[in-house]
Ligand binder design. Structure first.
Ligand SMILES: Nc1ncnc2c1ncn2[C@@H]1O[C@H](COP(=O)(O)OP(=O)(O)OP(=O)(O)O)[C@@H](O)[C@H]1O
Length: 364
């Protein structure tokens, strides 16, 4: 899929902008704080309805303005759709081909993006929540049913926690059964995604790092023994809840389940978070994202759009070159931000456009 046209009005610090991106490389360059990341963020919002920077719609509206409008014309298999997102302090409204979208099904898959930002490397060392968030977003972008299962689980969890806090026993077992049923579905989806991603991750880590270091990725359920029980995740989850029953009663909260699970990133058989250098961590997360683009391509039979923020600060010369080789080989539209054009060897690429961003103005 390709974004053929973008229109932005009152979004962050960006001035009213109309862009006709190149089919392959689009490079936004300029000093810090000029609006480069904001531009990538606008594309991400049109694809996912979410920002990768903030949860509040009002943060996205240009200071002093009442609302923002983002429009993207996306071509896929010869059909062009117009996606419009309206933002104000009430939230977001979305239209596809001028029709209001009320159900996620009407919106899903029209614009697939994968984003890599410097902040994302923090998930390697950060709290499990960051890795869960990454995984959930990745699973959802390729499987529309995941979101409803996830919401159902969250609701049940909230109810069960309420009963635990109040010490109510009457319907507790029913809520535990419901929790296990939905939780099992979440875990199975996550495991299936990681199984599909693993080989791609290994391949792209080799490609980006240019060496033979072995990487892996593993699901780490909290308090749960999943070994040899792939077919029986529900049993493992129920056992974990039984094991933690006394403690959860004492603390008034559910201690086992997908809301507590973690994902381990592994390099040469050891946890990346403890033993990986900065460079290895960056390469790993980038390889994860490259793997995600390939996975989405297979799933949707269409290349997603790749958003790469602040590439210059993230990778050394060798890795940058390897990444460019990966991108050059694919019919994938890419939006890259960098502080200087010197960071990207434009002589070696075809079908590209560069834009200078200065105080929110996109200069062609
Ligand atoms: N709602 C808003 N209205 C107006 N300006 C905003 C809004 N939100 C953020 N900004 C401004 O946008 C600018 C940040 O832009 P952005 O993050 O895109 O910078 P950048 O060019 O990517 O810089 P860097 O290279 O440092 O990452 C800041 O100057 C910030 O004050």
């Amino acid at each position: 899929m390709k974004l053929n046209k973008i229109y932005l009005q009152s979004f962050r610090n960006l001035q009213e902008t109309m862009l006709m991106p190149a089919q392959h490389f689009n490079i936004f360059y300029g000093n810090n704080g000029q609006g480069k990341t904001n531009l990538l963020e606008s594309i991400f919002i049109m694809a996912t309805m979410k920002s990768f920077k903030t949860a509040r719609s009002s943060d996205l509206v240009r200071w002093g303005a009442i609302s923002s409008l983002l429009k993207g014309w996306v071509e896929r298999d010869g059909v062009t759709r117009e996606i419009a997102v309206f933002l104000d302090n009430q939230g977001k409204k979305i239209r596809v081909d001028q029709k209001a979208v009320t159900r996620i099904d009407d919106f899903f898959g029209h614009l697939n993006v994968v984003v890599f930002t410097p902040e994302e490397v923090n998930m390697v060392k950060g709290l499990p929540e960051l890795r869960r968030k990454y995984l959930d977003r990745a699973v959802f972008s390729s499987d529309i049913t995941y979101l409803s299962v996830y919401h159902a689980y969250s609701k049940i969890l909230k109810n069960r926690n309420m009963l635990l806090k109040r010490g109510e026993k009457a319907s507790f077992d029913i809520w535990t059964e419901k929790l296990v049923e939905q939780g099992k579905n979440i875990i199975l989806s996550r495991l299936a995604y990681l199984d599909a991603l693993r080989d791609l991750l290994k391949r792209f880590y080799r490609e980006i790092s240019g060496n033979e270091e072995a990487v892996d990725i593993s699901y780490r359920p909290y308090h749960m023994d999943l070994a040899d029980c792939r077919g029986d995740v529900a049993d493992a989850f129920a056992e974990a809840l039984a094991k933690t029953a006394t403690e959860e009663e004492r603390r008034g909260t559910t201690l086992a389940g997908p809301h507590r699970d973690d994902v381990e990133f592994i390099l040469n058989g050891r946890p990346l978070k403890q033993f990986g250098s900065q460079g290895q961590q960056k390469s790993y997360v980038l390889a994860l994202k490259m793997a995600e683009t390939e996975y989405l391509q297979k799933k949707f039979h269409s290349q997603p759009i790749f958003l790469l923020d602040d590439l210059s600060s993230e990778l050394d010369q060798e890795r940058k070159k390897n990444l460019m080789e990966f991108l050059k080989k694919r019919d994938m539209q890419v939006f890259i931000t960098t502080t200087s054009l010197q960071n990207i060897n434009v002589d070696e690429i075809e079908n590209y456009r560069t834009y200078r961003i200065e105080e929110g103005k996109v200069l062609h």
